[in-house]
Design a protein around this ligand. Structure first.
Ligand code: CA
Ligand code: CA
Length: 432
C-alpha cells in the first residue's frame, strides 16, 4: 500500500515537471562581466537554465555586428536543471595559414566587448523558447597557441626494434605555453580509435612555448627510454594530430601523415629452454685445459616480425680469452660488434664480469633471409622460422678460480636481454 502511494506521489511529481514547467525557464548568467585570462579572478560566468521537456538546446553569443558564435549548438537535453561555466571560448572552427602550413582553430576566446548571450530551446515540433541578456568581456586572452612548422621525418617507419628505421622525429614550434598538448594517430578506417603518441628524448616539456624536437618509436619505450616491449599501432597509414589547448580554451589542431610498416613486437625463444652441451652428464661437463666446450641450440622466432641478426656465424670457435668484439676487430667485421636491435645467442659464465662475451647469430645463413637495406646486407630470422646455433669455446687458459656455472641467453642488443640463465650447467676445467 505504502509503495503504491509512493508511486502515485512520484507520478504526480513527474506530471508536474512535464506539464507545468515551460520548455525553458530560470535562465541566469552571472556574473555579467568576466575577464577570461586564467588569472583566477572572474575568469568564468555561470550559465544556469531549466529544461521542462526534451528539447535541443543552443547557447550562443552575438557581437555588436550581429555575428553569432556558438558555445552549444543544438544539443539534446532531457528535462532537468542545468548549469555550465563559460570562460569566453566559442566553437568556431576555422582554417588559418601560419608559417610552415595550415592550422585549424577549433575554439577560441572572443575578444573584449559587449555581447548578447542567448539560451535557446527547440522541441521536436519546432516550438522555440529563448532567453537573452548581456555579458561583457574584459582583458580576454585571445592569443592562440599556434603550432608552426609541424613536421614528421621521415613520414614512414618500421617500429620492430631491429635498429633500422625504428623511429621518426616530430618537430614543431609552439607559440604559447599550454597545459594540454595531445598527439595521437587516427586510422581513417577506424576513426574512433586514437593511438596516443608518446614522445621520447624531448628537449623540453611538450607544452612549453618554443621549438620542439622529439622521437616517436610506436610507443615501445617510455619517455625515459626504458624498453616496454609494447606492441606499436598496427601497420597502416595514419593521420597524426597535434592538439594544443591553453588555459582559457583557445584550441589549435594541426595534422600530418605517418605510415607504419613491418611494425610489431619482436619475440624469440631458445627451443625447449634447452642447450645441448657436448659431453654433459647430470648437469656437469668436464673439459681439460686446452680442449673445447661445445654446444648446440635452436632459436625460434615466435613473434610476428623478422628478427635481425649478425655474425659471428654458427660454427665459430672462441678462445676463452676472446670476445665477439675481439673477433669483430680480428676479422674486420664491424657487424660482429654490438649493433642496436640485433639478436644473438650468447653464452655466459659466473666470473666473467661481462655480459655474454661469446655470441653467435641466431641461425645459419641458410636459416635466414638476406636483405639489402641502405646498401648493407642484413640477415633476418623470419616469423615462425628456427635457426640452428652451434659453437665452441676453447680453454686456452683455465677460467678464473671459482668459475662453475655456464648458461645461455638471447641478447637483443642495446634493447634487452630477452632470455637469460637458460639451461645452466656446471663446467669443470681440469689440468690435462
Ligand atoms: Ca580574469
Ligand atoms: Ca625497424
Amino acid at each position: 500500500m505504502r509503495s503504491r502511494l509512493l508511486v502515485l506521489v512520484g507520478l504526480v511529481l513527474l506530471l508536474s515537471s512535464c506539464s507545468f514547467w515551460p520548455m525553458l525557464s530560470r535562465v541566469e548568467v552571472a556574473p555579467a562581466i568576466i575577464s577570461p585570462n586564467a588569472d583566477g579572478v572572474d575568469d568564468v560566468t555561470l550559465i544556469r537554465y531549466r529544461i521542462g521537456r526534451a528539447a535541443n538546446l543552443s547557447i550562443y553569443f552575438l557581437d555588436g555586428a550581429g555575428q553569432r558564435y556558438y558555445f552549444r549548438d543544438h544539443q539534446r537535453r532531457s528535462p532537468g536543471r542545468y548549469e555550465v561555466y563559460w570562460g569566453g571560448a566559442v566553437n568556431d572552427p576555422q582554417v588559418r595559414q601560419v608559417g610552415g602550413g595550415q592550422i585549424r582553430v577549433e575554439s577560441r576566446v572572443l575578444p573584449d566587448g559587449i555581447y548578447t548571450w542567448v539560451v535557446e530551446a527547440v522541441d521536436d515540433r519546432g516550438h522555440q523558447q529563448r532567453a537573452a541578456g548581456q555579458v561583457t568581456l574584459q582583458h580576454a586572452d585571445t592569443a592562440l597557441p599556434e603550432v608552426r612548422e609541424f613536421k614528421v621525418t621521415p613520414e614512414q617507419f618500421r617500429p620492430n626494434e631491429d635498429g633500422l628505421d625504428d623511429q621518426v622525429t616530430i618537430s614543431y614550434y609552439l607559440a604559447k605555453d599550454v597545459p594540454n598538448l595531445r598527439l595521437y594517430l587516427i586510422d581513417s578506417q577506424r576513426p574512433r580509435l586514437k593511438y596516443p603518441v608518446i614522445l621520447r628524448n624531448s628537449n623540453s616539456e611538450p607544452g612549453a612555448s618554443g621549438w620542439h624536437q622529439a622521437l616517436y618509436d610506436g610507443g615501445v619505450h617510455d619517455q625515459n627510454g626504458r624498453y616496454l616491449a609494447a606492441e606499436p599501432p598496427p601497420d597502416g597509414t595514419y593521420a597524426l594530430y597535434l592538439e594544443a589547448e591553453d588555459r582559457v580554451g583557445n584550441r589549435v589542431v594541426v595534422s600530418s601523415t605517418l605510415t607504419i610498416s613491418e611494425g610489431g613486437r619482436p619475440l624469440a625463444e631458445i627451443a625447449g629452454g634447452s642447450i645441448d652441451w657436448q659431453g654433459e652428464m647430470n648437469g656437469k661437463v668436464g673439459v681439460p685445459v686446452g680442449r673445447r666446450l661445445c654446444l648446440t641450440a635452436v632459436v625460434i622466432n615466435i613473434g610476428a616480425v623478422p628478427l635481425r641478426t649478425s655474425g659471428p656465424w654458427p660454427g665459430q670457435a672462441y678462445r676463452l680469452t676472446q670476445s665477439y668484439r675481439d673477433l669483430a676487430a680480428t676479422y674486420a667485421e664491424p657487424s660482429w660488434a654490438e649493433q642496436r636491435g640485433v639478436w644473438r645467442f650468447g653464452i655466459n659464465y659466473d666470473t666473467t664480469g661481462v655480459d655474454f662475451s661469446f655470441r653467435w647469430a641466431i641461425g645459419r645463413p641458410e636459416d635466414l633471409e638476406q636483405r639489402v637495406i641502405d646498401g648493407q646486407s642484413q640477415y633476418y630470422l623470419m616469423p615462425g622460422r628456427r635457426g640452428m646455433v652451434y659453437g665452441c669455446i676453447q680453454f686456452d687458459v683455465a677460467p678464473p678460480v671459482g668459475t662453475d656455472r655456464w648458461w645461455g641467453g638471447l641478447i637483443h642488443e642495446s634493447v634487452q636481454i630477452a632470455a637469460n640463465n637458460v639451461d645452466t650447467v656446471s663446467v669443470l676445467v681440469g689440468r690435462p
